[in-house]
Design a protein around this ligand. Sequence first.
Ligand code: 13P
Length: 335
Amino acid sequence: MSELNTIALKILEKGKGILAADESTGTMTKRLDGVNVPSTPKNRLLFRETLFSSSSMTECIGGVILYDETIKQNSSKKNKIPELISRMGSAPGIKVDTGAKVLAGSPDEKITEGLDGLRERLKEYYKLGAKFTKWRGVYSISKNYPSKLSIQANAHALARYSALVQECGMVPIVEPEVLMDGEHSSKECYEKTSEVIKRCFDELILYKVDLKGMILKPNMILAGNKSKDKISNEEVAKLTLECLKNSVPSEIPGIAFLSGGQSEIEATENLNLINKYNDTNFIMSYSYGRALQQSALKFWSKDIQNIEGTQKIFNHRAKMNTLAAQGKWSKSLEI
Ligand code: 13P
């Protein structure tokens, strides 16, 4: 087994998933504004450190994706944040793209940037303790989109990124996110997601990325949030499995879904059903941002010194998702 394969499997072992705490300062400021907490480096660290020192980090969270600011911060006990995460038994990871910008040639769409100077930045993150990385490509669905151009350009960037990350000894998380915003049906989401993922793997293979040493982070197959098409959670699970079976090479050790704007319970319930019906060899787990942090953030914002209460809420959500990653969750376990 290659070292990268071992790291990927360890992150997702026994129902463990990933905490995506890699919101850029701009996004984190929006989240904190939403709960009336000033977005200072100290407050951003306090919330994140509260999560990273929770007991569920040992039992449920196999990896944490950090943002550049956080990986360089020290905890209140003067430990480096990646060290704190490792000591809790989890793996520190880092978002390395520099964000989605307007795509020249198709200005309604986005291309993710960050390849220039990436090799040097990766070396620095590796020294800081990162074991894995993340890069997100973003695609929206409407009549003419995603265009061939955006599908191709983002697949190319994801592949070049992945090759550089593996060269540096870390596991790339490949995140092609087909957004749920819009009026599209679940069928359109299925078709576009399949095309996007297949194109990504064409490029990953061309760039000689070791497929056993990466993790795919896709969206689930959902109808658009403004769509008239209402589908059941069972259908979401079955369509998602069908799509991934037809578009993901069998060498991939694991798939960790993004939550993409689903509510906490919805994201857990869908993951649980995916695992109930999972007839593939892929591990199917979670790499959630909002669906792991929303309730904890809301609670914390009322009293930012209430560490224990915040951790209790986060631990519950992490536990529910780890059960769902094994198909063992049920609604009656929710408090
Ligand atoms: P959400 O689960 O909130 O969609 O965030 C996941 C993520 O990492 C987005 O890049």
